[in-house]
Design a protein around this ligand. Structure first.
Ligand code: FES
Length: 319
């Protein structure tokens, strides 16, 4: 069958400009996108750069954007993406610096991984046996499946805005050790992850969960670490105050009180934060975007508040 592939090209030795190049190649019915790219490189264009190794979705090196979303191209079949012979657009991963064509620089990815101390910290003697329950290890398997392909980072909307955010891959890795019963530093790990660029910077857009080829579900691990941090008493953060204010607002008014949310998230004793907020408030007012000082009352306020109460009670029972 014929595969039509459009590749985003970039070669800084020739030009800083990127451009798209179209290829048409005959491949077997069950070919993967990686098979097609390798065939293009071998038969049509030896200048095309890409990274791959295992060709079996194990090494994590072939992550690229396929039609706008990160995938392992060795796991993705041409037929699945282009059932009727449509063009398939291949780009390098997002949120990574591109070295050439589809090859990205992974330095920032690895330094973020290192920043979460990705190893068990224990005072046990190396020779001693430390038995962890099957249950706890089975739970951790979900995160240990991560092959560090970077797909989650590629699609992270928070990193797109703030590249200093630790990001879904490193935070999922952090969870692997926070939840490891053999690790003795969970509390201090949570304290660190609770700071700026940590767990509270995730916008919970779910993009990382959707693209992860190994179902690691990074966002769910991040949310779990927020809960654990709160349980450990780390509550002096705008993220925690935001959560509390949001919940309170829905329970009281049946809708979000945005003005109060902004004030309470910043912290009423945080003078410099409040001054910054006032500047944003003035700009919003001038553009007619300032939320109402008193929130509107929804028609079915009772219904909404009772749902919020019910969810709250359900959460408490589950604890
Ligand atoms: Fe190893 Fe795709 S080549 S994961």
């Amino acid at each position: 069958m014929e595969a039509l592939i459009k590749v985003k090209r970039y070669n800084p030795e020739e030009s800083e400009e990127t451009y798209f190049q179209d290829y048409s190649i005959n491949v077997a019915e069950d070919s993967t996108i990686l098979d097609s790219l390798i065939k293009i490189r071998e038969e049509q264009d030896g200048t095309l750069s890409l990274r791959c190794s295992c060709r079996a979705s194990i090494c994590g090196s072939c992550s690229m954007r396929v039609n706008g979303s990160a995938k392992l191209v060795c796991k993705t079949r041409v037929k699945e993406i282009s059932p009727d012979g449509e063009f398939i657009t291949i780009e390098p991963m997002g949120n990574f610096k591109v070295i050439k064509d589809l090859v990205t620089e992974m330095d920032s990815f690895w330094s973020k991984m290192k920043s979460v101390d990705p190893y068990v910290k224990t005072s046990f003697e190396p020779e001693a046996e430390h038995i962890a329950s099957n249950e706890s290890m089975t739970h951790l398997l979900g995160v240990m499946n991560c092959i560090m392909c970077g797909a989650c980072v590629s699609e992270c909307t928070a990193m797109e805005v703030d590249p200093t955010f630790t990001g879904p891959a490193a935070l999922a890795k952090a969870y692997r050790f926070v939840a490891d019963p053999r690790d003795e530093e969970a509390n201090s790990r949570l304290g660190k992850l609770n700071e700026n660029t940590g767990v509270w910077d995730c916008t919970r857009c779910l993009a990382c969960v959707e693209v992860c080829p190994k179902d690691v579900a990074p966002m769910e691990r991040i949310v779990k670490m927020r809960d654990l941090a709160i349980e450990e008493g780390y509550t002096n953060t705008s993220g925690y105050r935001h959560t509390e204010s949001f919940n309170d607002s829905i329970k009281k008014h049946g809708r979000l009180d945005e003005t109060r949310l902004a004030l309470e998230s910043t912290g009423l004793l945080n003078i410099s934060g409040l001054i910054d907020l006032a500047k944003i408030g003035i700009k919003s007012l001038m553009r007619g975007k300032l939320p109402p000082i008193l929130p509107h009352r929804p028609k079915d306020m009772k219904k909404v508040t009772s749902i919020a109460e019910r969810l709250d009670n359900q959460g408490k029972e589950e604890e």
